[in-house]
Write a protein of this length. Structure first.
Length: 76
């Protein structure tokens, strides 16, 4: 079964890291929308079919998204 991004359905998924225990889990990331997830998370986080519809993204929504604001400096 091919893995696709649960959030934007991009088929190009990258493995960011793996568990120190071989085969226990992987952390995956979508290069298009930057969504990251661990393979052991529930289906609502790892499967496009179960990912909440109100949080799904399209290529058009990504292209027209406003810029993410910078984090202000910590108060002293």
């Amino acid at each position: 079964m091919q893995t696709i991004c649960p959030r934007c359905a991009d088929p190009e998924i990258r493995t960011v890291t793996t568990s120190p225990v071989p085969g226990a889990w992987e952390v995956l990331q979508c290069p298009r929308c930057l969504y990251m997830w661990r393979t052991t998370e529930p289906a609502r986080r790892t499967s496009r079919e179960h990912y909440p519809e109100q949080f799904r993204l399209t290529p058009e929504a990504i292209a027209t998204a406003s810029e993410v604001p910078t984090i202000p400096p910590l108060r002293g």
